[in-house]
Design a protein around this ligand. Structure first.
Ligand code: MYR
Length: 174
């Protein structure tokens, strides 16, 4: 049996997340629906977490999406997950890239059973990024394209900028 005292925070977080996914699978009995639920859950976390991120990280606001992707990979992932990611595979117009995780503590004790092969276990992370970016005026689409739990050699997330809404001044010049 696991002694709680011997667990690090990160391990507790990993196990707690596992329990949430298991509960969603029991409640919805459909992996596509669970994927959606995890993404939505992440979105709600993301829209709250951005303030914390901006105040703790002291990053200056990015002007380029390329810069934003690097900040997420090197500062955001490090702050909330303790790992970094590599930004790669940019498309020609610089609006779509991949974040390749160097490591993924969320899946430390996880193996997908046969019945859950379509599950994107880490979908919460896609939602977190989508929610966080929406709060800094970027509408994005975020999805997994490679997943170690599906037999791929790494975790690769595709991040696509759909629309960058110009930030408005809080007052009008008359
Ligand atoms: C800007 O463009 O002005 C800076 C925006 C940086 C957004 C960073 C979002 C952090 C999201 C962290 C995701 C962590 C996933 C575990």
């Amino acid at each position: 049996m696991l002694a709680v005292e011997s667990l690090q925070n990160a391990e507790l977080f990993t196990l707690t997340y596992g329990a949430i996914v298991r509960q969603l699978l029991t409640d919805f009995e459909d992996v596509d629906e669970v994927n959606k639920q995890l993404d939505t859950m992440g979105y709600h976390i993301g829209i709250r977490l951005i303030d914390d991120f901006l105040s703790k990280s002291n990053v200056t606001r990015c002007t380029e999406f390329k810069e934003t992707a690097e900040v997420i990979a090197k500062v955001g992932f490090k702050m909330f997950l303790g790992v970094t990611a590599t930004v790669a595979n940019w498309d020609a117009d610089g609006t779509e890239c991949s974040l390749i995780l160097d490591d993924n503590p969320l899946v430390d004790y996880v193996e997908l059973p046969e019945t859950c092969q379509g599950l994107y276990y880490c979908n919460v992370l896609c939602g977190v990024i989508r929610g966080a970016l929406e709060m800094v005026s970027m509408r994005t689409e975020v999805k997994w394209v490679r997943d170690v739990l599906h037999g791929d050699d790494t975790f690769e997330m595709r991040l696509k900028l759909l629309k960058q809404v110009p930030e408005e001044y809080p007052y009008k010049d008359d």
